[in-house]
Design a protein around this ligand. Structure first.
Ligand code: FE
Ligand code: CA
Length: 528
């Protein structure tokens, strides 16, 4: 990775003073480095507890060939009941190769620091590649549910098949997380979350359950919002079923924010304070390594994952560094601001990092896991003039063109873009030139619908039909709820669009609405 990192010395070689200095450098969140309890000499062990402290479940994420991040977070209520809410708490962690824990491969002690709301992250290193593991946490006389996870295959090794699902947009009030129960049953190699894991405000007409309070802005607010979402048993089941890789979109902070520009009337200073709180809560609740370079409102989360020579994934952040939406946001006529060639969605550092990775990419499938639709999705007003959706890649046409040019010139093998954000399913060809429908196809884009956002939805809408008609490179639209399961082999990428008849009642069945494939070496989406 090109990102700057603070080198960590080998475990067990640090003096206490060195550990404390390192802890300060890392923003106090040392637990993540797997160096834990040593740095917290006063961490408390608890005995018998009045209730289950693991009400938020377990999770794992960001697998490499020899490590994976293991996560849990303790119930604030239970800690308050035993007067431990201000203490750093020491947990036990066990790892086994089998779900029954017949043989414990490793026992660790991990601290859940009070400063991180008693979330625990362990970067469990020294694991074997391409292997299933099971883990469980212990505190006092309580044991957490068991999590299943899986490490990645070594970067050069050949793997025959890889199965992942991607999801986004889970407004808690709009429906039940039934899709996640079905996803958990798939026992996938990886689950990818493309953002809008929480929503900062209430909206929509049909609400089947409530998240507390009005629009949130403080750290306490964001923590409470994540607790509500994380309390859902179907979401917990999906987290316990497979490792996740997560990125954020806008609603983890504020609808359609751009860098330090808020949706409403907050000043940049206010939005940055809010962003610092929102990003900290995101880190606390997600199974990710502490982003190196995190400081206040700055938290770089773009990163690269590799699964044998079959799959490399660039995980992107299209919110933190972008220029403000042009021409007033929404669907607008183009304006001078929109056409400026220096407008960026990714920011300089992330763009340089991404382009360097794509220029040297050598996996069979090269995925960009990101938020917003990359294929053009222009529409026309009644006068026949073109309207540009300014919040998505259409709002940043020069940077999109630079990316498409780079993919073509570098010959990046089989580029695949995974997208969330717009609460509907789409399959699209990425064209060399979106002004010329006959130009070369550079790659494939699979856009997954929401888990719940927007409520039950419908198979087709006038909105979708009009956009399909105006954009021949877009091959499929559906506006039900669900997720996309993908199966990758050396020869074929297969995306199954899975949908539910409704989310306003729990327990709905799931079915495959449509399957699109891409053959290796033949960019573009084909209905199967
Ligand atoms: Fe959303
Ligand atoms: Ca969004």
């Amino acid at each position: 990775m090109a990102r700057k990192s603070i080198p960590l010395p080998p475990r067990g070689t640090l003096s206490r003073r060195q550990l404390l200095r390192l802890s300060a450098q890392l923003g106090g969140a040392l637990a993540l480095a797997g160096l834990s309890p040593l740095a917290f000499p006063a961490a408390r062990r608890l005995g018998s507890l009045p209730a289950d402290p693991f009400t938020l479940g377990v999770a794992s994420g960001d697998p490499t060939a020899d490590s994976v991040v293991l996560w849990t977070r303790l119930s604030a209520e239970v800690l308050a009941q035993v007067g431990a809410q201000r203490d750093d708490i020491e947990l036990g962690l066990e790892i086994s190769a089998t779900p029954g824990f017949e043989r414990i491969l490793r026992s660790s002690r991990v601290v859940a620091p009070a400063a991180l709301g008693h979330s625990a992250h362990l970067d469990a290193r020294g694991l074997d590649a391409d292997r299933e593991y099971y883990f469980r946490w212990q505190l006092g006389d309580s044991t957490s549910p068991v999590g299943r996870t899986k490490t990645a295959a070594h970067g050069a090794s050949a793997i025959d098949q890889f199965r992942l699902a991607f999801a986004s947009c889970q407004q808690y009030e709009h429906g039940y997380y039934t899709a996640y129960r079905h996803m958990a049953d798939e026992r996938l190699d990886l689950i990818v979350h493309l953002g809008d894991y929480i929503y900062e405000s209430s909206w929509g007409e049909v609400r089947v359950r409530a998240h507390e309070g009005p629009e949130i802005t403080s750290l306490d607010d964001y923590r409470a919002r994540y607790r509500t979402y994380k309390s859902d048993p179907d979401l917990q089941a999906a987290h316990a079923s497979a490792p996740w890789v997560v990125t954020w979109d806008d609603h983890e902070v504020d609808n359609n924010y751009a860098a330090d520009v808020a949706e409403d009337d907050q000043t940049p200073e206010q939005l940055l304070r809010r962003r610092a709180s929102a990003y900290q809560a995101f880190f606390e609740f997600m199974p990710i390594r502490l982003p190196v370079g995190r400081q206040g409102p700055d938290m770089p989360i773009h990163r690269r994952l590799r699964f044998g020579n079959l799959l490399e994934m660039q995980v992107l952040d299209t919110r933190q560094y972008r220029h403000d939406q042009a021409c007033g946001d929404g669907r607008k006529l183009s304006c001078a601001e929109h056409q400026r060639s220096d407008r960026s969605l990714l920011g300089d550092a992330q763009r340089d990092w991404l382009f360097a990775n794509l220029a040297s990419a050598d996996a069979t499938w090269n995925v960009m896991a990101q938020q917003i639709m990359m294929a053009s999705l222009r529409s026309r007003n009644e006068a026949g003039e073109e309207l540009w959706p300014m919040d998505i890649w259409d709002g940043y046409p020069h940077e999109r063109q630079a990316l498409l040019d780079l993919l073509r010139e570098a010959g990046t093998p089989n580029p695949v873009v995974l997208t969330g954000d717009i609460h509907s399913n789409w399959a699209a060809n990425l064209l060399q030139d979106f002004d010329d429908e006959n130009s070369a196809v550079i790659g494939s884009e699979f856009v997954g619908t929401s888990i719940t956002s927007g409520g039950d939805g419908s198979d087709s809408t006038d909105y979708g039909s009009a956009l399909l008609a105006n954009n021949p490179h877009v091959k499929f639209y559906n506006s039900q709820r669900g997720y996309v399961s993908a199966t990758l082999t050396r020869d074929l990428w297969r995306s199954d669009y899975k949908v539910l008849p409704l989310v306003t009642e729990a327990g709905a069945p799931i079915s495959v609405r449509k399957t699109f494939v891409t053959e290796a070496g033949k960019p573009g989406v084909v209905e199967s």
